[in-house]
Design a protein around this ligand. Sequence first.
Ligand SMILES: NC(=O)c1ccc[n+]([C@@H]2O[C@H](COP(=O)([O-])OP(=O)(O)OC[C@H]3O[C@@H](n4cnc5c(N)ncnc54)[C@H](OP(=O)(O)O)[C@@H]3O)[C@@H](O)[C@H]2O)c1
Length: 338
Amino acid sequence: MTTEKIPTVTLGGNGPRVGLQGLGCMGMSEFYGPTDEAAARAALDVALEAGVTLFDTADIYGLGANERFLAPFVRAHRDEITLATKFAIVRDPADPQTRGVRNDRAYVRQAVEESLRRLGVDVIDLYYMHRRDPKVPFEESVGAMAELVAEGKVKHLGLSEVTGAELREAHAVHPIAAVQSEWSLFSRDVEVSLTGAAAELGVALVPYSPLGRGFLTGAFTDATADLGDGDFRRGQPRFTGENARRNAELLEPVRAAAAAHGATLGQIALAWVHGRAAAHGLTVVPIPGTRKAERVLENTAATRVTLTEEELAALEPIAAQVAGDRYPDMSLTSTVRE
Ligand SMILES: NC(=O)c1ccc[n+]([C@@H]2O[C@H](COP(=O)([O-])OP(=O)(O)OC[C@H]3O[C@@H](n4cnc5c(N)ncnc54)[C@H](OP(=O)(O)O)[C@@H]3O)[C@@H](O)[C@H]2O)c1
């Protein structure tokens, strides 16, 4: 049986042409509990067959393990896929919970060499600055990334967790193809200033955690009770205790839309991102993360679900009522700089 392929879009003014939905590969190596490697590899293959071409990783996922995990798949399909990775978050292997941020030129040059080596490629298609260190001017950080483009080590540039003003500043140094930031029914900080700037500049948005880290699918309610030891979500303010209970109640309009479309909650969450993108005049390529082939197919099928104006209106009030922050420590997000 051949899988129906999802449509394609162009990321940014002169960026790569990619499937309308990408695949977040982070969970294949860290954060969301143990992974069955064979199942995760099957998910990669099924995604490609369904027309997913944007595969997302970062140097910090599994402290390099996620890039190494992807290497054989990338090698086998180098010309069919758009490979995206990121630099800037620094973790100490002895204390991986602690995060720092580096945007200086020397670090940019060191990080790209390490990612190229782990991925086993000579060029990265889309290279993101994962977090911004406001002490380092974009002339230096994006300037160093632009050098990598000139040297043929990177094809296109991206940013993650930046404000609209920061995007404008960076884009003036070198064209930015895409901004990857959290955007979902539960997380709409990007709509403060980023969506407007991106639409104006013709920069694409790549919403991360579009399924609210799985919460929007209804797969779990209270992370402490429902998820295993070591799952990153057990430390997220939204997914534990009274916040989780209240937030689960917010899913009622999502359930109603799902019933009306014969869809799953996750498919409605993904269709919502596309609905908001259309309202903003933006190109978006969400990157839901899953390690399971059947969920890849469920998620890509969401590209065929279009929500009505009435449904979008019913989903509109949800984000403002969400209890708890996106992260226990918000200091590395763009939200604090808005
Ligand atoms: N730039 C950044 O700072 C940043 C931050 C976070 C994430 N990201 C990127 O964005 C990607 C996606 O974000 P995310 O993984 O955090 O969150 P997400 O896509 O919102 O949710 C992923 C979670 O949902 C589950 N899931 C996926 N499809 C499902 C379905 N159809 N039904 C039920 N559960 C489903 C997954 O479990 P299974 O794997 O078991 O299916 C996983 O636990 C990541 O993989 C990563 O590449 C970037």
